[in-house]
Design a protein around this ligand. Sequence first.
Ligand SMILES: Cc1cc2nc3c(=O)[nH]c(=O)nc-3n(C[C@H](O)[C@H](O)[C@H](O)COP(=O)(O)OP(=O)(O)OC[C@H]3O[C@@H](n4cnc5c(N)ncnc54)[C@H](O)[C@@H]3O)c2cc1C
Length: 1127
Amino acid sequence: MLARRLLIRPHIIPYRYSRASSGLTRHQYDVIVVGGGHAGTEAAAAAARVGAETLLITQKIQTIGALSCNPSLGGVGKGQLVREVDALDGLMGRAGDWAGVHFSILNRSKGPAVWGPRAQLDRGRYREFIQAELLSTPRLTVVEGSVDELLVSELDANKPGKHKVTGMRMAGVDEPVQCSSVVLTTGTFLSGSLFMGQTTSPGGRMGDPPSCAGLSHTLREVLGLTVGRLRTGTPPRIVKETVDLSLATVQPPDKQPTPFSYANTRTHCPPEEQLVCYLTHTTPGVEKVVRESLHLNCHIQEDTKGPRYCPSIESRVLRFPGRRHQVWLEPEGLTSDLLYPQGLSMTMPPDVQLRLLREIPALRQAEMRTPGYGVQYDFVCPTQLFPSLQVKKAQGLFLAGQINGTTGYEEAAAQGLWAGVNAGRSALSLPPLSLSRTESYIGVLIDDLVSRGVTEPYRMFTSRAEFRTSLRPDNADLRLTPKGFEEAGCVSAERYAEALRVRKGLDEGLAALRSVCMSSTRWRDTLALTCISKTKSVTLSAEDILQYEDISFEMLASAIPDVFSPYLEFAQRLKIEVLYHSHCERQKREMERILEEESLRLPQDIDYLSLPTSLSQEVREILDRVRPDTLGAATRLPGMTPAAIVHLLNYVTKVPRRGRNAARGSVDSMQRVLCLDSVGVSEEEKTSPSVGIFLSEMSNGVVVAPVSIAEDAREKERHSEPDSLGSSGTDSDTYTESENEQPDSDQDPEKDMVPSSHLSALKSAKGEGLQKQPQQEIRIPTQPRTDENLHIHHVIECSCEVMSCQFNPEGTLLAVGMNDGTIKLYNPENGDFVKRIRDSSCYFASMPVTSIRFCRSGQSHSLLLATYASGHMRCWYVWGDECVWSVKEAVEGGKGEGHAQRQTLCMSVSCSNEQAASGGSDATIHLYDLATHQTLQIYKASSTRTLMDGHRLRVFALAFHPEREREFISGGWDNTVQFWDTRQPHAVRMLSGPHICGDALQIDPVTHQILTGSWRTDKTLEIWEYGSAEKVSEVLPDPYGNSKIYSCHWLGRDHIVAAGSQLNMLKVIHRHTLKTESRFMGLSSAVFSSAVCPAGKWAGLIAATSGNRVWLLDREGQRVKKNKQIE
Ligand SMILES: Cc1cc2nc3c(=O)[nH]c(=O)nc-3n(C[C@H](O)[C@H](O)[C@H](O)COP(=O)(O)OP(=O)(O)OC[C@H]3O[C@@H](n4cnc5c(N)ncnc54)[C@H](O)[C@@H]3O)c2cc1C
């Protein structure tokens, strides 16, 4: 019933402007919404649904609901937003069902949690639906006009900068209009400029008037808001009949269209009348036109950031030269004679645009109806907003849509709806509401915006949502409709009743599935299944059975109709529910933790700069700039440390000052949980008796760190060890090493007896020095020893051989990669186990982890990237349980040693965490986009060129430039270091010499000098200039040997750490004198990997892996000094 009523609404409501053109009906409204784009329309409708008398003012009524760019809705991540807007009774989903002409579910090959409902729309129909809906919404008046000025009053004389919005003034209208709240949704119109070729004109969109300068003035000058600048663009529109579609590939829609709205069971366009899309590609001619016309294209020459995920053809060509780029030819509507070429957004002069189009075979005769153009516009940095989307400095002023730095209709609509709800509530004196990132993509979007801000147009992706298996497109109604009705008041009673009915049906259906249990043999017979094992009979419930890929709910219903047929209506939803049930249960704990943090609000008047607690100046400045609303938002700020969170928590909960000893075990339970979580203690460990809580007081607060009770014992053991190298000869053995057994760099490294894989390299490295002929006798201890300058801080015992290790950027975690595919996280403070990351169901779970890097996703989350000898690269949430993505590239004509399979050996992440590169045994380097998870490029040496333009043998080390996003270097067995620019298909230059076999290639973040470590005896460590590739200095092998380096690092400004195999030793060398200052030796196997803690309390701590152990080494003098300073 509900479905039919909503779907037919546009027919029964006459299409009219009467209400709008009649002008203002009063001089006082509860809410005024400025702008009738996707954010404004949802905001106005939501405010009115909440019960506020609302006025929508927009420049042109006929552009309400206009799709300014691609006439399409939804997609991966965006489809979830449309579903959520619909679940909150918004307009977008129903409008999409009314206007869609080509429906498809993207990402179908993946799990239903990340399916992306998408539709190509008829522009006219979409507009028609939105306008009809708005003009018939009770309590909503729509008026055409341009808002010139916001009226604000000083709220409190004692708090300069705190304002209250009181109304607005329209251009050409004398009388101001008063209101309690304003929602500003002016999109790209804030100081917007249009670009085409070399011409620029003011405007936010072609054909529309520019926005009034008065608004910019209020925001910048009166309210003092920080404003940034972004850009976007649109492609030319092409006359369909001039396109040779036989030269493009047909992309049919889904046979059965899936509606966006929960209120609809079918789409307006019947399946058989849907239109098709087409796919074609760019040619080298397109790249040539772009390059030749760059001087005529002022939009592309500007520095302003454009959308990374929907870039112009100019950006794509310049970023990935030599590539074929996809171009989708999409219908603009059922009756439209135009095609929209998605992927060809451009801003060159019109004649050049036409020339470019005609370089594509299918468009050789194409006629252009309107040229493409670019827009640059101001956006308000969204960290200045509360999660309710109200501006922090101005009570009653809400911002939504592209004005907040997002791009896309769905992102705009989602914010608009929530801003409208809160503006309405504020006007009705109701408290603000926020959506958590644990319950919705809208919550993720808003949290990302307000807590992290934007540096480029923000677009939604499923990877931004850490709880995406719970936040699925199929269950948005269950997640949000009850809240929308019970709390926000923006959902109709009818829709609410429907959501409750569905919830009840699903619960009963699940109970029915759990109630039917049979032996697997009986299930096999009942369902005539071959996928159930015959040999072992176990009892399985129908819920277990439904988890089999080949089994549908309909099959169960036809086999046992009495029990299951009443729930056939929910067949697909029940299947998805059981698929994700156990996963969602696991996620619940993490969600509860986040909700707990979210519930702890931080007072907005805290003066972070002078807060009497131990926060670093950097953390104070971050907190002062962003002013997070909750403790949860504070934890997600980049640069926040667990210790800082604890200080903050302590301050806001007013925990009294405690003495060091008195504090042990005396923190209240919530604080304890938060503290333990913030330093990453696992659930099991929290309850484990082996973990005590050690609280040490720091000036004014309480710092919490979990410390094993065994710590004291270890401490004693540490001090009982002989403290310096060779202090006692009694327990030292004598053995020797031979010099120069390594071949020259020019020789074939195959003869080098270097093992054939990362793993075997480590294994054969064990004790290899023992077999060499004596040349110089040196007494080396057989027990691990440090000399007086190094101190063993902790030893971590692992269950199997350790392959790789890495500290996180904050220095609060040490990740250790094992031979069996497990990654474990430890607390560097005390070596305590924190968490295990492993997917036991994966084939590569048993493959060695060859390298690990920490990074951050586009906006907020800590991620861990790992490469495996199986050839995989996988990405994990540090604090979640699941793998975010996994990739394994097929070997395609790679060089190297003829391996059938690529072993991934190394990895590096770019400075802005946007890209990662991996190097492999097939001599190739693969470049990935970390936001889209796509492989951007595979680099390999060309077979035709004589110059070295890529690696000829396996690639063992990679390092992105610390400041230049597009540059990285690589080193390997072919005795070269290659320099890469991701805009070029081949290496741009090289230096020769280092024979790299491990993580032995580093760029100094300050001087940008390169450090290389060689797996050879004549040359070990070398320092090179990045710019000239000239050698600066080299460290000669010292009498103790250690001439084969597996791993080396810069250590602060003045030192180098080098670890290797020959004497299983790690050394600290002075960078300028090149003298060895300290040694760690006497290990029974090679120091295969090492890492230096980059920041925090343990900055400079060295991790060295040898066999099953990880040694944490502290340069004694440094540590004592540093900790004294901290205390
Ligand atoms: C040229 C162009 C290309 C784009 N390309 C893409 C793309 O490829 N992919 C993508 O995902 N997104 C794209 N977008 C973005 C997408 O269209 C927007 O993100 C989305 O429409 C933003 O919605 P909004 O409601 O915030 O603003 P808009 O849709 O821009 O609406 C703003 C509204 O405010 C009105 N207005 C402005 N100033 C005033 C005033 N002073 N008084 C009254 N009314 C006012 C305007 O008339 C307009 O109706 C593009 C946008 C543009 C302009």
